[in-house]
Design a protein around this ligand. Structure first.
Ligand code: TRH
Length: 401
């Protein structure tokens, strides 16, 4: 049995390594986890990131020129080769999304392992975890937690986030749902956010939709439809990839667009937004009637926002992402009536494959079923979290290691 001293020790210092592949998902997930482990478990977290410039888009107060800085209680170190800051062996090392730790780091972990094995030290090698991408596929349950013995004798475990009790869970800070409920019960919060973002001309009865997607012709088709809507629709679009497929609606090139700009076409107003920090983005999702999200982290935040959403999943080879999308939709739709479930599948599938006609058909039919979709969106976070989130399961996993 693990002694109390060992338990506390295992929670003392954790290092997370993140390589930014593209976009903001890898850093978005690791940054969110680092903050939560610090705030809720008082863990001393160091986040090593190889691209501070990308990071600064979702953390505007970060200075990309500094090799080390502390923000929100998390030490953020630049991960360059060689490491510009000394790596002191922590209690836990998380390698995010198979990012391959620096050899030098593995060597230090190995030295510690050897010293412990040879009774030269009381300190074990760190618990080494590979945090994987989120998927709702059923095989995840069988792979979560599996060990992988390395050639040097060190052990690494696969940690799979997921939607069921047998997986690693979903990232959600303890106070997210209460903060969101408080926000949504007070219309002043939304108004204050819109004022802060300089969004003018949005009436309480207008439809507000946030858009954070990749490129798809389905988005342009939806915008063309929204222009002819009976009541005003506002699309709130943080500067980024969604705009690449909206060029026909823009008065200038994407590079010339400025946050704060508004572009009106019939009943549709496009509002160009700046990117904000993660808290600001949550508030945006909480304030909209419908959200279009993507990747992994914004996809989860849309679920915690308890509003209907389209998921533009990160594209993978051989359209494998469509399998992942389907697995999620099967779970998400299981309490919906058959008709709405089918329409919701159709909307998400066609948005992802770029089928304009099907997207429009599904959207039009779903708008008359919005109450059912909204009811499901409200209940979903409660059912899905099922009392535990990823960080609490992760801490428990480490304690049991
Ligand atoms: O940016 P993404 O497309 O990231 C993707 C996915 O994670 C994908 O799985 C991965 O393989 C690939 O990156 C490399 O989408 P995602 O995951 O939603 O990440 C966006 C992050 O940006 C998320 O943490 C929310 C944050 N964000 C802000 O903080 N402020 C903003 O204004 C916006 C629009 C987003």
């Amino acid at each position: 049995m693990t002694s109390m001293v060992e338990v506390e020790k295992s929670l003392a210092k954790w290092d997370i390594f993140c390589a930014v592949v593209d976009n903001y998902g890898d850093i978005g997930v690791t940054w969110r986890l680092a903050k939560q482990l610090t705030n809720e478990y008082q863990i001393n977290v160091t986040l090593w990131v190889d691209d501070l410039k990308s990071f600064s888009h979702i953390l505007p107060c970060l200075d990309p020129k500094l090799t080390s800085q502390i923000l929100h209680g998390v030490k953020i170190n630049l991960w360059s080769n060689p490491l510009p800051v000394c790596f002191n062996c922590p209690d836990v090392v998380i390698e995010a999304f198979a990012c391959d730790l620096p050899e030098h780091v593995v060597q230090i972990m190995y030295n510690q392992h050897q010293a412990y094995k040879n009774n030269l030290s009381n300190t074990k090698a760190p618990v080494w975890l590979n945090l994987e991408y989120l998927s709702a596929e059923t095989w995840v349950e069988g792979c979560h937690g599996l060990p992988s013995m390395q050639t040097n004798g060190l052990n690494k475990n696969f940690y799979f986030p997921g939607f069921t009790a047998k997986t690693g869970g979903l990232i959600c800070e303890k106070d997210t749902l209460t903060k969101r409920a408080r926000w949504q019960s007070n219309p002043d919060c939304r108004q204050q956010l819109f004022d802060k973002l300089g969004l003018i001309g949005i009436a309480g009865s207008d439809t507000v939709i946030s858009v954070f997607s990749y490129e798809t012709p389905a988005l342009l088709a939806l915008c063309n439809l929204w222009m002819q809507s009976k009541k005003p629709i506002h699309a709130l679009i943080p500067i980024g990839r969604s705009l690449n497929c909206l060029q026909p609606l823009l008065p200038c090139s994407i590079e010339e667009l400025k946050p704060g700009q508004q572009i009106k076409h019939g009943q549709l107003t496009l509002h160009i937004l700046p990117m904000t920090d993660q808290q600001g983005y949550d508030e945006l999702l909480w304030s909209c009637d419908f959200n279009i999200v993507r990747g992994e982290d914004s996809f989860l935040r849309a679920q915690w926002a308890a509003k209907p959403f389209i998921w533009h999943i990160y594209p993978q080879e051989d359209d494998y992402h469509l399998v992942k999308l389907d697995s999620f939709l099967n779970l998400y739709c299981c309490d919906l009536g058959e008709n709405v479930a089918n329409l919701y599948h159709k909307l998400n599938n066609s948005f992802n494959t770029g089928n304009q006609e099907d997207t429009l058909e599904a959207w039009k039919s779903l708008t008359s079923n919005l109450p059912e979709l909204t009811k499901n969106a409200k209940q979903w976070p409660i059912n899905t979290l099922n009392d535990t989130d990823l960080a609490s399961r992760l801490v428990q996993f480490v304690k049991n290691s």
